[in-house]
Design a protein around this ligand. Structure first.
Ligand code: HBI
Length: 369
């Protein structure tokens, strides 16, 4: 079957421009997917907040930058909060541009990456097909409600990173799982087995840094910590809980710097306290050959293949985490990289997304060919 070129409009998160770090894992997801979709021959228009940057050019990529005030993150709001739209908000402005583009430029589909009420509600506007890659578990009741509603009306237009993440929502068909994807050229395999312990993520309570720090403290060794310090109070509380030199703060680094340092680790610790949708950082660690020892919770629990690319540990079980770290050298580092190549490269991810969109557009594509 000829691989018909899709004209796709991708819409970024409104909580921070791509490159700010405020958008969390979604920033990397979008950049990796754009590269993967362009490799498959598709034409992309990215609509994103002003300041967004994509680290490559292509005649098949057009970027529309929209000015406006960031949308408050659902991670900083209560589950019972209503939808807030600040004045001069970037969110409605993004979607005014998207709707004009989608109608005027005969695009095949729109793919939304924002975990926000407005784009989900707009799905009901039949003129344009809006697909949503849901990026979190149910972090708000009003979001859970609209996602579950769209799941009933347009089930093929929702996709999730992992099965466990999708279980937060009432879906009436088997969820469409697309995983995530990373540009393997950006990660170098490192075979060093005697490096330090590492941890990465937004420094915020739901990521559970305190547990990883307790593990390092117990082993009396330092823990390298990468990530944006989103919650300063929480960060200093964690820091004051252990000896001074345990935490080595590395900050939020661009991918090339991050992967260079990350690859030196002998093990990467993952300690989520919430239903983490996917767990980008653990796949980035594996891409560099670093085995991941993590709680069997949320997306990471689905990605860690116990004994192959890391070890799964009972959530919150610090003793079990320490025990697992002591036997991490039995994991072949090359298996970690191979697993990512086969399951989470941006080529594999883009292929899954292409299949999802074609299935959702079914009247234009006969997927049986
Ligand atoms: N909150 N309102 C809102 N919109 C988003 O797109 C959003 C968010 N919080 C977190 C977030 N996106 C991403 O960092 C995670 O989904 C990965």
């Amino acid at each position: 079957m000829i691989n018909k070129q899709l004209k796709l409009i991708l819409v970024s998160t409104p909580i921070g421009y791509i490159g700010s770090g405020r958008g969390g894992g979604v920033e990397l997801t979008i950049i990796s997917l754009i590269k993967g979709l362009i490799l498959l021959g598709h034409k992309i228009t990215l609509v994103a907040p002003k300041g967004s940057k994509v680290p490559f050019e292509s005649e098949n990529l057009e970027i529309k930058l929209i000015d406006g005030i960031d949308q408050p993150s659902w991670q900083h709001q209560k589950k019972t909060d209503p939808v807030l739209i600040p004045s001069n908000s970037v969110l409605p402005r993004l979607w005014e541009v998207v709707i004009d583009l989608a109608i005027s430029k005969e695009s095949d589909a729109v793919i939304n990456f924002a975990y926000d009420w407005l784009p989900l509600w707009l799905t009901k506007i039949q003129k344009i097909k809006i697909f949503h890659l849901i990026s979190m578990g149910a972090e708000s009741f009003v979001m859970k409600e609209i996602i579950s509603q769209i799941a009933q009306l347009f089930p093929l237009q929702l996709a999730f990173h992992t099965k466990r993440q999708s279980e937060d929502y009432c879906l009436n068909i088997d969820p469409i799982i697309v995983g995530n994807g990373f540009d393997m050229e950006n990660y170098l395999f490192n075979d060093n087995q005697n490096g330090p312990l590492g941890w990465a993520g937004r420094i915020a309570p739901e990521k559970g840094l305190e547990d990883a720090v307790k593990v390092a403290n117990n082993l009396d060794e330092k823990l390298l910590v990468w990530g944006l310090i989103e919650d300063k109070e929480y960060a200093s509380k964690v820091e004051n809980n252990v000896k001074k030199d345990i935490i080595e703060w590395k900050g939020f680094l661009p991918t090339n710097k991050f992967q260079e340092q990350l690859g030196e680790c002998r093990a990467f610790i993952n300690t989520p306290k919430w239903n983490e949708a996917y767990g980008n950082v653990i796949v980035e660690a594996m891409a560099c050959g670093v085995p991941v020892i993590g709680y069997d919770l949320g997306g990471p629990g689905e990605l860690i293949q116990d004994g192959l690319n890391g070890f799964l540990v009972e959530p919150n079980d610090i003793k079990a985490m320490i025990k697992a770290i002591k036997s991490v050298s039995i994991i072949k580092r090359r298996n970690c990289r191979d697993w990512v190549e086969q399951n989470a490269s941006n080529k594999v991810f883009a292929q899954r997304v292409e299949n999802w969109i074609k299935k959702g557009l079914n009247k234009n594509f006969r997927t049986d060919l």
